[in-house]
Structures are given as structure tokens and as C-alpha cells.
Write a protein that binds this ligand. Structure first.
Ligand SMILES: C[S@@+](CC[C@H](N)C(=O)[O-])C[C@H]1O[C@@H](n2cnc3c(N)ncnc32)[C@H](O)[C@@H]1O
Length: 211
């Protein structure tokens, strides 16, 4: 973050950096270190803060996440959800979820708040209830984002929010780019959705399902 004294607007310096505006605590920093060892890329604090913001705004009680990782995004979501809310989080890697479970516990979130499901997102989501969720967060396999968006719109209650991470990822390969562009098009053209693309982290494409 640049102070007013050191800021150089001509060099593109901003007064406040959106991705380091909020600080992570020790449990989050440990989860980030574990993610680095596993080669799994967690959300920035800016994205985490946006997820918590949305969870508070929609009074989220039931949230689905695809891509548990080591638990960074899940911890932000849980902090914004109502105290008895449940996070359903899906990941193909059991080792990632083992570390995430320990991080959730260390952060004070007991087993009653969690449903960790080991599996492929697109195989698990069809088993979840239509209209039963306040918030769906997608942070895995960008090539599949168009299909995740379809599932999310089905899962959300009116007024619920879908957020997909990675839309502005400069490292995205060809199949990821195709999925991300198709998903952005779908979101813009779907009359049921009120979208916004937030330039946080790798880009957070969010949309409210309108009543
Ligand atoms: C970028 S990391 C998630 C980071 C996490 N959201 C966080 O902020 O800590 C992506 C995760 O998605 C998982 N994953 C990749 N493809 C998947 C799929 N098809 N279904 C479920 N999980 C998947 C990976 O195992 C990895 O843990």
C-alpha cells in the first residue's frame, strides 16, 4: 500500500492496493504456506474480503464452493456467513481437504459448519438441491466455468450470488481462455443475472440471480 507521500500517480501507483487492503491472520497465512507447497493457488485477501462482503450482504446460510484448496476462500466465506450457516466445499484432492479441515478447525469453525465433499465439481453439483443456496463460489478448472455457471444458477435462490474466480488470469491457457470468455458471454446475456466483473485477484466474475 502506498502512502500519499510516496505515491507516484504518473507511474500508476494507487493510494490503496485492493488485494492487500485487508490483512490475513496467522491461520490464513499458514493455509497460504501449505498451498504454496502443494502448488495450489489460493484467493488473494482482496478476493477473500469480497467473498465475505457478499456472504454478509446476502445473509448467507448455505454456501457451495468448488475448489476447497487449503481453505483460504472457505475461511473468508465462513466469516461472512450467519453463525449456524453451512459451507459445502468440493475438491478432487483429499490431501487439500485434509489441510483445509485442519485450518477450519484452527480458525474456530467446527464440523457442524462444514460439509467437505471429495469429488469432481461437475459430478457433485447435480446432486445438490435446486434453489437451496445463497452463494456459489467457483475456484477450479476455468475451462468448466460455463457448466459451473449453469449449475450455480439452478442452485441459487432468487437474490443469491454466484462468483467465479479467474476471469482475468493472465496465465490462462487456450482451453481455460475459451471457457472464461464463454462464461463471461453467458453472464452478460442471461436476463436472470445482474453481473459485475471485479478486478480483484485473478478477476472475480460475480452475478446476482434476480428475483
Ligand atoms: C485454485 S485452488 C482453490 C483455492 C481455494 N479456493 C483457496 O482460496 O484456498 C483449485 C482447487 O480446485 C481443485 N480442483 C481442480 N479441478 C477440480 C474439479 N474438477 N472438481 C473439484 N475440484 C477441483 C484443486 O484440487 C484445487 O484444490
Amino acid at each position: 500500500m502506498n502512502g500519499p507521500e510516496t505515491r507516484d500517480p504518473a507511474a500508476g501507483d494507487t493510494l490503496v492496493d485492493a488485494d492487500s487492503f485487508l490483512a490475513e491472520d496467522d491461520v490464513m497465512r499458514d493455509a497460504r504456506s501449505a498451498a504454496a507447497v502443494l502448488g495450489c493457488d489460493p484467493v488473494s485477501a482482496g478476493v477473500g474480503g469480497a467473498l465475505r462482503f457478499v456472504a454478509v450482504a446476502v445473509r448467507a446460510r448455505a454456501v457451495v464452493e468448488i475448489g476447497t484448496g487449503t481453505g483460504l476462500s472457505g475461511m473468508w466465506l465462513l466469516r461472512g456467513m450467519v453463525p449456524d450457516g453451512t459451507l459445502t466445499s468440493i475438491d478432487v484432492e483429499p490431501e487439500h481437504q485434509r489441510i483445509a479441515r485442519a485450518a477450519f478447525r484452527a480458525a474456530g469453525h467446527g464440523p457442524s459448519r462444514l460439509r467437505l465433499i471429495n469429488g469432481m465439481g461437475l459430478e457433485v453439483l447435480p446432486r445438490l438441491t435446486d434453489g437451496g443456496y445463497d452463494l456459489v463460489f467457483v475456484d477450479s478448472s476455468p475451462a468448466d466455468h460455463p457448466r459451473y455457471l449453469d449449475e450455480a444458477v439452478r442452485l441459487l435462490r432468487p437474490g443469491g450470488v454466484v462468483a467465479l474466480h479467474g476471469t482475468l488470469d493472465p496465465r490462462a491457457g487456450a482451453s481455460a481462455v475459451a471457457g472464461l470468455l464463454e462464461c463471461a458471454r453467458q453472464v452478460r446475456e442471461d436476463d436472470r443475472l445482474a453481473p459485475a466483473l471485479l478486478p480483484l485477484g485473478l478477476g472475480l466474475l460475480a452475478a446476482v440471480k434476480q428475483s
